[in-house]
Design a protein around this ligand. Structure first.
Ligand SMILES: *[C@@H]1O[C@H](CO)[C@@H](O)[C@H](O)[C@H]1NC(C)=O
Ligand SMILES: *[C@@H]1O[C@H](CO)[C@@H](O)[C@H](O)[C@H]1NC(C)=O
Ligand SMILES: *[C@@H]1O[C@H](CO)[C@@H](O)[C@H](O)[C@H]1NC(C)=O
Ligand SMILES: *[C@@H]1O[C@H](CO)[C@@H](O)[C@H](O)[C@H]1NC(C)=O
Ligand SMILES: *[C@@H]1O[C@H](CO)[C@@H](O)[C@H](O)[C@H]1NC(C)=O
Ligand SMILES: *[C@@H]1O[C@H](CO)[C@@H](O)[C@H](O)[C@H]1NC(C)=O
Ligand SMILES: *[C@@H]1O[C@H](CO)[C@@H](O)[C@H](O)[C@H]1NC(C)=O
Ligand SMILES: *[C@@H]1O[C@H](CO)[C@@H](O)[C@H](O)[C@H]1NC(C)=O
Ligand SMILES: *[C@@H]1O[C@H](CO)[C@@H](O)[C@H](O)[C@H]1NC(C)=O
Ligand SMILES: *[C@@H]1O[C@H](CO)[C@@H](O)[C@H](O)[C@H]1NC(C)=O
Ligand SMILES: [Ca+2]
Length: 581
């Protein structure tokens, strides 16, 4: 279903493109509409590389970022090279039926170490009347991850790939895509064509990389960005180093029992007992995690293979039972307090209480009958490949690793990738001056990228742009183009099986479009419950820094100012002498 806003504000439907989707979807037609030479200095498109593939009536169903729809599109790919470099970059643009085109281009990003999300985000783009683009970054194929050719040899970084992944490839895909869209859909000169970005996680970092550097976009919808790269990636190892330091490797079920007890206590603090912790800040202030010591836990044996981070995920696990130990609680609370150096200075922050302890996952040794350290693959690779420049993604040991070592690793990665992957440039004046808008959201129970990471950046932008204004005045000024929303109970870039009644902002793109094209700034973010008994229910989400309080079972919270709560989201990262934006 097309969003209402689109119907009311897309007065400028392109009528000039008097071709059908079938006519458009031929290599000769697409090749005749390629961006003109010189569209991007230093890029030469291979006119013979065009491939078109028509897809009719494909179902977009349970997509994280777009409502259900049936979409027809032409997947048009072509390749280009950077003059003087002899490389090969592939881009793909999904074009809608010209009769449904609404003068929009959408750039998309990836997740993890991927620079694109395949068909899911570009076909979603088609559902909002956009031509939607993705890139392979020049890594070899659309499915090749950025780490595959990150090193040319041990010790030799492939810097071209780093910068392509960092920001360059998506910028090129965006500039070429806008020109290609205008040609393909015969957008009349003088007709405003809107350019958007949508992405989450690594795709969120990629979105910020564009917002911080370029003025090609009219709007960006950015979820849970994996920015502040050095800190974020080493953070994935912090839980393991806590386990190692405290010499306790909790069975996953024991940590899950702590999470469950946290949810049970903190759920009602937001005024509504629905299994969703909408106020993890009040949870921080009021919940004593020591109260979970002694809580009995039980998890049946599992053959593994399940998704997610629960006690049955991945590997086969034995039956787990016992009472939550003081040691497990010490591990959990040290993880939640975030990385501090050995002098007690804060180096980074952690997940909010009620998020699962995904990074702390241990592995079962069937021979010894004990739970053992399992080094997070996400974090480990950033030490071995990105810092030590060794062609391996596996960090085999944490022997001798202290909290100071972790701070040192962060310093190392930060200096290496400050201008490519760190992605926390806080001065958005140029983007703001261009009139563009940013809608930024983050699951409050995200267990992969701390929700505080987004809050910290929002605050850095606020104080950088408005150093002399009061908190309230700078907030109001910032919200004229940049709005942040914390999604109650949500996990990493999606709904959370542990708190299924929390809504997810599946229509964030529509709200962004309403803001950019219709001038309707979102006071609250719309959300839809994606899981469980209430699937389909509509909810609304407060704009940061206001926090939700529910009366009874209302789906719309009161959004209140609560200084003590907001204070719990502020961190002085004094382990570093430089400001950490
Ligand atoms: C688009 O088409 C190209 C060329 O056939 C193909 O390699 C690619 O996987 C397609 N992209 C998607 C997202 O389906
Ligand atoms: C827009 O202007 C350019 C340059 O003047 C011209 O080549 C192109 O054909 C025009 N496009 C349309 C759709 O009128
Ligand atoms: C935690 O709660 C979930 C959802 O209610 C439940 O499936 C799981 O068994 C509980 N785990 C423990 C260890 O209590
Ligand atoms: C929890 O227990 C630990 C270890 O006994 C203690 O150091 C800590 O102060 C306790 N925390 C609270 C909030 O009571
Ligand atoms: C452990 O080993 C026993 C005997 O070899 C086997 O039956 C059991 O399934 C194994 N358990 C796990 C969790 O791998
Ligand atoms: C857990 O604690 C209860 C008392 O609360 C006790 O009866 C039980 O034996 C304990 N279970 C284990 C596995 O230690
Ligand atoms: C590169 O480093 C990896 C990981 O340390 C090692 O396994 C491999 O042998 C090294 N390759 C060469 C050519 O030295
Ligand atoms: C700031 O704004 C909030 C409401 O958003 C209000 O409750 C509070 O009193 C304001 N603070 C100051 C110092 O004006
Ligand atoms: C958001 O929800 C409100 C209230 O249900 C509704 O009026 C509005 O149309 C929605 N906005 C979008 C863009 O879906
Ligand atoms: C709120 O919802 C719960 C669960 O659906 C229900 O048990 C309860 O009666 C409702 N409370 C009110 C005040 O409607
Ligand atoms: Ca609740």
């Amino acid at each position: 279903m097309r969003p209402n806003v689109a119907l009311t504000i897309a007065a400028g439907f392109s009528t000039a493109a008097a071709v059908t989707l079938e006519e458009l979807c031929t290599t000769s037609y697409a090749a005749s509409k390629l961006p003109a030479t010189g569209t991007y200095q230093g890029i030469t498109i291979d006119e013979n590389s065009v491939i078109t593939t028509l897809t009719s009536n494909s179902a977009l169903k349970d997509n994280t970022f777009y409502p259900d729809a049936a979409v027809s599109y032409c997947n048009i790919t072509f390749s280009y090279t950077h003059d003087g470099r002899g490389d090969l970059v592939h881009v793909a643009y999904f074009a809608p039926d010209p009769s449904t085109f609404q003068n929009r281009f959408l750039a998309t990003g990836g997740g993890g170490l991927a620079i694109n999300s395949g068909a899911s985000s570009v076909s979603g783009g088609v559902s909002i009347g956009a031509i939607a683009g993705l890139t392979d970054g020049g890594f070899g194929s659309f499915n090749t991850q950025a780490d595959a050719h990150f090193l040319l040899a041990n010790g030799t970084v492939n810097w071209e790939n780093v910068y392509m992944f960092g920001y360059q490839a998506i910028h090129e895909m965006t500039v070429l895509g806008k020109a290609f869209t205008k040609n393909l859909m015969a957008v009349e000169n003088g007709t405003k064509m809107y350019a958007y970005y949508q992405g989450c996680s690594e795709g969120g970092r990629e979105g910020w990389s564009q917002v911080q550097r370029f003025e090609e976009l009219d709007g960006a919808s950015i979820g849970a960005p994996a920015f502040r790269y050095a800190h974020q990636q080493i953070q994935h190892l912090y839980s393991n180093v806590v386990e190692k330091t405290l010499n306790y490797f909790p069975p996953p079920c024991e940590l899950q029992a702590i999470v469950n007890a946290t949810i049970k206590f903190c759920d009602p603090l937001d005024g509504k007992t629905d299994g969703v912790v909408a106020r993890s800040d009040l949870c921080k202030l009021k919940f004593n995690i020591n109260s979970t010591i002694g809580t009995p836990y039980y998890c049946a044996a599992s053959t593994g293979g399940g998704g997610g981070f629960g006690p049955g995920a991945g590997q086969p696990t034995p039956e787990q039972k016992g009472n939550v130990s003081a040691k497990a609680v010490a591990v959990a609370s040290t993880i939640l307090s975030g990385l501090h150096d050995l002098q007690g200075r804060q180096a980074y922050f952690s997940y909010q209480p009620a998020a699962t302890f995904a990074d702390a996952r241990t592995k079962y040794n069937n021979a010894s009958g004990k739970w053992e350290l399992s080094i997070s693959g996400l974090g480990g690779e950033f030490v071995t490949r990105y810092l030590w420049l060794q062609d391996t993604s596996t960090l085999t040991s944490l022997e001798g690793v202290t909290y100071d070592t972790m701070v040192d690793w962060i310093y190392g990665l930060w200096q290496l990738y400050e201008d490519s992957l760190q992605t926390t440039w806080p001065d958005l004046s140029r983007f703001q001056a261009s009139g563009a808008k940013i809608l930024h959201f983050h699951g409050e129970s995200d267990d992969s990228i701390p929700a505080a990471s987004s809050v910290h950046y929002w605050d850095s932008v606020r104080t950088t742009l408005h150093p002399t204004l009061s908190y309230n005045d700078s907030t109001t000024a910032l919200q004229s183009f940049y709005r942040l929303f914390l999604v109650p109970g949500a996990g990493h870039c999606g709904a959370n099986t542990g708190q299924p009644n929390g809504g997810w902002p599946q229509t964030s793109m529509q709200q962004l479009i309403a803001w950019v094209e219709g001038g309707v700034a979102p006071e609250m973010l719309n959300a839809t419950v994606a899981l469980g008994a209430n699937k389909g229910q509509s909810q609304r989400i407060c704009m940061w820094p206001l926090r939700p309080v529910y009366s009874g079972n209302a789906t719309v919270p009161d959004c209140v100012w609560d200084e003590k709560s907001v204070e719990t989201w502020r961190y002085e990262l004094d382990a570093f002498k430089l400001p950490v934006y």
